[in-house]
Design a protein around this ligand. Structure first.
Ligand code: HEC
Length: 193
């Protein structure tokens, strides 16, 4: 065997290794870097709340509400140590109530206490307003995702929503995004479960 052949036999696997790791485009990283999740959500799964925003308190107006939903005045009065407190979690509020009222009474009025004292802005998993009709990307076919991106960005696909997506163009230009990058993103999104 000649020296040249030996060398290329040694170098070739190295070359493939580098190609398949270091130089390959990371579709997931690109998706994040190019701000795509601001409209398509984490992993292109759509725009949903990732946590619940709620508040439980016993300010005057909430105490009035408790009465309205049928919690006796005597019980509301017992809860006085909580009047100035603010709870972000239902469980924490109920734990504090239980310390004062005991398990039995708390259990009896639990739903009413939560309904009267709570204000839920949104729950985990709720759709985020304004994004309801933006498309979900995760799990679609790679070729479909790729062609839709190209069609939108190159003006072949136009509808009432298209303009919003065009807002991403400056990021694409700044990062010199090429065809292979779009393919890598499409590949990544197609594999999200
Ligand atoms: C500012 C909001 C916004 C950003 C940022 C954004 N998109 Fe979109 N995207 C949209 C909207 C709105 C549509 C629907 C457009 C239409 O129907 O013509 C869309 C459509 C798509 C579609 C077609 C989906 C389908 O089912 O037809 C793909 C794929 C896509 N976007 C990928 C991306 C990628 C990748 C990025 C990041 C490089 C990105 N988008 C950034 C708003 C956005």
């Amino acid at each position: 065997m000649g020296n040249k052949v030996m060398v290329s036999l040694l170098v070739m696997p190295l070359f493939f290794l580098i190609q398949s790791t270091g130089f390959a485009v990371d579709g997931e990283a690109l998706f994040v870097k190019l701000t795509c999740p601001t409209c398509h959500g984490q992993q292109g799964k759509g725009m949903f709340r990732d946590k619940t925003k709620a508040r439980y308190r016993l300010k005057k107006r909430y105490r009035k509400k408790l009465k309205e939903v049928g919690v006796p005045a005597s019980i509301i009065k017992k809860l006085k140590p909580l009047y100035k407190k603010k709870f972000k979690k239902e469980e924490k509020f109920i734990t504090a109530v239980t310390e004062i009222l005991g398990q039995k009474i708390t259990r009896q009025y639990r739903e009413k206490l939560i309904a009267g004292a709570g204000k839920v802005s949104y729950r985990k998993g709720d759709p985020i307003k304004g994004f309801e009709n933006y498309p979900k990307l995760a799990g679609n076919k790679k070729i479909y995702l790729y062609t839709q991106m190209k069609d939108i960005l190159e003006g072949r696909r136009v509808n009432g929503n298209t303009k919003a997506m065009l807002g991403v163009k400056p990021f694409l230009d700044a990062n010199k995004v090429k065809d292979n990058d779009f393919k890598a993103i499409a590949e990544y999104l197609s594999k999200v479960k």
